[in-house]
Design a protein around this ligand. Structure first.
Ligand SMILES: C[S@@+](CC[C@H](N)C(=O)[O-])C[C@H]1O[C@@H](n2cnc3c(N)ncnc32)[C@H](O)[C@@H]1O
Length: 371
């Protein structure tokens, strides 16, 4: 593999790894660390964290097997032995024992008095809306990553985008069955996003909220529950809004923000998990359209998982960043990157708020200047 010559400022600033890294790279340090109690604990914790990084792909596949074989669901009905679980799943008992032990290591189940039990973490896995469905579609992403070097070089044709055809525009979302499939997955996982978003942002003082790319209206349903009386508009592709359930005060507007102007009249526009699907050019055009649709003083609300930027986040800078790369059209942006796009579109009072659960969402609000 050919290294690019290191030239210019990069060469001038290339003093080698920092001193802590240099120490960690010394086999002698690890021998000494094993003999000093405080250092030993730290070094072992670091070793464990490093091994977790190495084994992540196996863990995710063991989890997918537990999900596909309905192991957690079966345990939710009560404890079972290895043989019964193996029989029900058509897996040889000795191999099921290994899978169950892996599930126990992930603290999803536990073994007591000869039976396997669901743990609180396993119960939460089944209960968190959208989580199981999310894991179920990971086989597509996993296949896309089977040659990670070719993937990062951009030499593969990822299949994940085919799972979310709307990203390619209104034409891609014309199939109602496909639209219903992805809208369901989005709606399932929307409850947590809405809860975290509405915890961070107050809609008091807002008269009319338009949710652009709002799917079948799951976010607006959460909003309506907290702010009854608020006028609501749902804007999304025709095949998607066809699945929207009616709500009091709700106007449904079918259209594509790529091709159609956004409806006027709302004093707040929300973009929930929309920007990360799209290129900078599409995002810039969409923010410009939102700016034009808002009255002076109107507010924009953006909520989606964001990159940690200068402080990389394990959830968003691995999972969401690679996921959106596989989608081919969008990317996981940091709050600073989104803020810069907002400023370029004319927005002011740009306020990023890191979510308590960055893997669920983070939020940015901005305002169209009043004067
Ligand atoms: C990732 S989903 C998020 C849905 C919803 N906001 C949520 O958080 O559950 C992105 C949404 O953007 C919509 N969308 C994509 N391209 C669009 C376009 N050109 N015009 C309008 N909506 C679009 C999709 O149909 C989809 O509902």
């Amino acid at each position: 593999m050919a290294d690019l010559p290191v030239t210019g400022p990069e060469r001038a600033r290339r003093p080698g790894p920092g001193w802590l890294t240099r120490i960690a790279m010394s086999p002698r340090f690890h021998t000494i660390a094993e003999r000093i109690p405080g250092l030993r604990l730290k070094s072992r914790a670091e070793g464990r964290a490093l091994f977790d990084v190495v084994q992540g792909f196996v863990q995710s596949q063991a989890l997918l097997a537990l999900v596909e074989l309905q192991v957690l669901h079966r345990l939710a009905e009560g404890p079972l032995g290895t043989a019964a679980l193996a029989h029900g799943a058509e897996v040889p008992t000795d191999r099921m024992a290994i899978l169950l032990q892996a599930g126990a290591a992930m603290r999803l189940l536990r073994h007591a008095r000869g039976l396997w039990h669901l743990t609180p973490r396993g119960g939460a896995f089944l209960t968190v809306p959208g989580l199981e469905a999310m894991v179920r579609h990971h086989d597509v992403l996993y296949r896309d990553l089977s040659d990670p070097v070719a993937f990062f070089r951009g030499q593969t044709q990822p299949q994940l985008a085919g799972f979310w055809p709307y990203v390619f525009g209104a034409g891609g979302a014309a199939d109602p069955a496909l639209a219903a499939r992805y809208s369901r997955l989005m709606a399932d996982s929307q409850a947590l996003v809405a809860a975290d978003t509405l915890r961070l942002v107050s809609l008091s003082g807002t008269n009319h909220l338009m949710d652009v790319g709002g799917g079948t209206g799951a976010f607006l349903r959460s909003v309506a529950a907290e702010y009854p009386g608020l006028r609501l508009t749902l804007f999304d592709l025709p095949a998607v809004v066809a699945g929207a359930a009616p709500l009091p005060n709700l106007t449904v507007q079918a259209g594509s923000f790529r091709d159609d102007p956004l409806p006027q009249g709302a004093d707040m526009i929300s973009l929930i998990r929309v920007l990360y699907d799209h290129t900078d050019a599409t995002v810039a055009a969409l923010l410009g359209a939102a700016f034009r649709a808002l009255p002076p003083g109107g507010r924009l609300l953006i909520s989606e998982p964001m990159s940690g930027g200068a402080r990389p986040d394990p959830a968003t800078d691995v999972y969401f960043a690679v996921y959106t790369l596989a989608m081919q059209t969008g990317r996981t942006r940091s709050a600073d990157e989104i803020s810069a796009l907002l400023a370029a579109s004319g927005f002011a009072t740009i306020r990023p708020q890191a979510g308590a659960r960055p893997f669920v969402t983070s939020v940015i609000t901005a305002q169209k200047p009043a004067g």
